[in-house]
Write a protein that binds this ligand. Structure first.
Ligand code: GTP
Ligand code: MG
Length: 329
């Protein structure tokens, strides 16, 4: 039985109402918020009071506490898979991109990271029998590369693909665009705060027909990289990135959502043999992302994806295509 806001110690009917109006519709949404954020959103609640409310909400929601193995088991049973549009790429991922996990795509410019993000934003809305998650999408766009026209083209692509086999499928590009919530992130702090906003949005859509099932951060590391230059600041950067990634993981768990992040490469001039490029983000990202995929360009519009460091899947390579109508084999 889910708790109501009024069950939080220190929250009466009038505070509950104001919190709901500000978008905090569940105990969980409050439990993961920060005091300054609540104080800013709800004029009558100061930071001190907000901190107390958050603490009480955390206890009530059991956020950050232990859970028993059977509860974890129950949740893992629900893990969903989202198709990429390429069956070869799905195959190396064990059937698609998993919910309740962070999947990172890294590769040089033009390797197809943003294209894949667009395709997943379309596919997430498909019925489950077609590899979708029947859900809405949140995109945190740090490089201003979200293009609605691409979504439209990709929906047209699905029309072609499913015209015969699945004629009852409604493929109206406008509808697809309506279920994609995009926010530009102007710097790394803003990017981190947008996960809180995404959490509130997801809470408000939780009982709707299209709950949020995919959150994309494209690119995860660009702002961090630009803002933290030089060795001395690296520890700060990694600490912040770590917190950001754990916010994302919490989102994945709470909403049984797919988290997709993109990442750049940096060159290592000291490497003489093998690939001199490696993804940004260091150990923090390496340990937190459950699946990491390295994308590289091949001839024509082909791309090669390689799964690296997966806990449960064998390393493998897949070739896919980026075309006008999106990602395909
Ligand atoms: P960075 O963000 O710069 O690191 O690169 P990225 O990995 O995000 O690259 P992105 O996904 O933007 O890939 C760009 C490539 O996708 C282009 O070089 C094209 O090959 C392909 N592409 C992008 N838009 C279209 C399109 O409208 N039609 C077709 N056919 N291909 C496209
Ligand atoms: Mg990109």
């Amino acid at each position: 039985m889910a708790s109501e806001l009024e069950d939080i110690q220190g929250v009466g009917p009038s505070k509950a109402e104001k919190l709901r109006e500000a978008g905090y519709t569940s105990v969980e949404a409050i439990a993961v918020a920060s005091p300054s954020e609540i104080a800013a959103a709800v004029p009558d609640i100061g930071e001190g009071a907000a901190a107390k409310i958050i603490k009480a909400a955390r206890e009530l929601a059991d956020i950050g506490g232990f859970e028993t193995g059977d509860v974890v088991f129950e949740r893992r049973q629900k893990v969903g898979k989202l198709t990429t549009g390429s069956s070869a790429l799905d195959a190396i991922l064990g059937g698609g991109v998993e919910t309740q996990a962070i999947t990172e795509f890294h590769g040089e410019f033009g390797s197809g990271k943003t294209q894949l993000a667009h395709q997943l934003a379309v596919n997430a809305q498909l019925p489950k029998e077609l590899g979708g998650l029947e859900g809405s999408v949140v995109i945190i766009d740090t490089e201003n590369t979200f293009r609605p026209e691409r979504i439209t083209q990709m929906v047209e692509g699905l029309k072609e693909r499913y015209a015969e086999s699945y004629s009852e499928l409604e493929l109206d590009p406008r509808q697809y665009l309506r279920h994609i919530h995009v926010a530009r992130a102007y710097n790394s702090n803003h990017q981190i705060l947008l996960v809180d906003s995404a959490m509130r949005l997801a809470e408000s859509l939780k009982e709707s027909e299209m709950p949020v099932r995919l959150l994309v951060v494209d690119s995860l590391t660009a702002h961090f990289r630009a803002e933290y230059v030089g060795r001395g600041t690296l520890a700060d950067r990694q600490q912040k990135l770590n917190r950001h990634l754990h916010d994302l993981l919490r989102f994945a768990d709470l909403h049984d959502a797919v988290i997709v992040v993109t990442n750049q490469m940096m060159s290592r001039p000291e490497v003489f043999y093998g690939d001199p490029n490696k993804p940004v983000g260091g150990h923090v990202l390496a340990h937190t992302a459950t699946f990491r995929i390295y994308l590289r360009k091949s001839k024509d519009n082909h791309r090669i994806a390689r799964l690296i460091d997966s806990p449960s899947l064998p390393e493998g390579e897949a070739t896919f295509r980026v075309g006008t109508h999106g990602i395909s084999d």
